[in-house]
Design a protein around this ligand. Structure first.
Ligand SMILES: [Zn+2]
Length: 179
């Protein structure tokens, strides 16, 4: 949730479908799907899926507050535990959000499993920051992550100023060429 969402646009005593929420809040449908994964209550799972306005408001309020909490490199804010937590064994999945931030740096989503309650936990970072602290994480989808790095490397020349840890990526590319 990089842009500020106006929670007041959601009425507390009203049911919303995914499409209604999408239009009302001006967000992508995938954002709403990921909110559900992150713990937003679903009022009815029949089609179309319904959300109760008050639940949506509560969830988004909590989510916005969580952004104000400073997290250590390896931490996530768990919306269920309402505090900073670690991912189980520091295992994470990394994916691109599709956004580019700053100086052509891909934004990435880091997803883990709360070591307190087992819920999915997420945080947004970017490739530059992530490479600075990736040593604390065990990346479960390492192949996917290497693809992100490889693609990024192809797009961006003169990477040295960022000091990306590409050695692993290079090795993999070499291995692939031999096959
Ligand atoms: Zn938790």
């Amino acid at each position: 949730m990089s842009k500020k969402i106006n929670i007041n646009l959601v009425k507390q005593n009203k049911f919303y479908t995914t499409q209604m929420l999408r239009k009302e809040l001006g967000v992508h449908i995938r954002s709403i799907q990921s909110w559900v994964k992150q713990g937003m209550k679903v009022a009815s799972n029949e089609r179309p899926r319904l959300f109760w306005g008050q639940d949506v408001k509560n969830f988004l309020k909590e989510k916005q507050q969580s952004r104000k909490i400073l997290l250590a490199a390896h931490e996530f804010y768990c919306l269920h535990c309402r505090k900073a937590v670690s991912s189980v064994n520091n295992k994470v999945f990394v994916s691109e959000t599709g956004k580019i931030v700053g100086d052509d740096i891909p934004e990435i989503q880091i997803m883990g499993i709360c070591d307190q309650c087992g819920s999915w936990v997420y945080r947004i970072s970017n490739l530059k920051r992530f490479s600075e602290y990736s040593s604390v994480f065990q990346i479960e989808n390492a192949e996917e992550f290497e693809k992100i790095l490889t693609k990024f490397k192809a797009v961006k020349k003169g990477l040295s100023k960022y000091n990306y840890n590409l050695s692993q990526c290079d090795r993999k590319a070499e291995e692939n060429e031999k096959i």
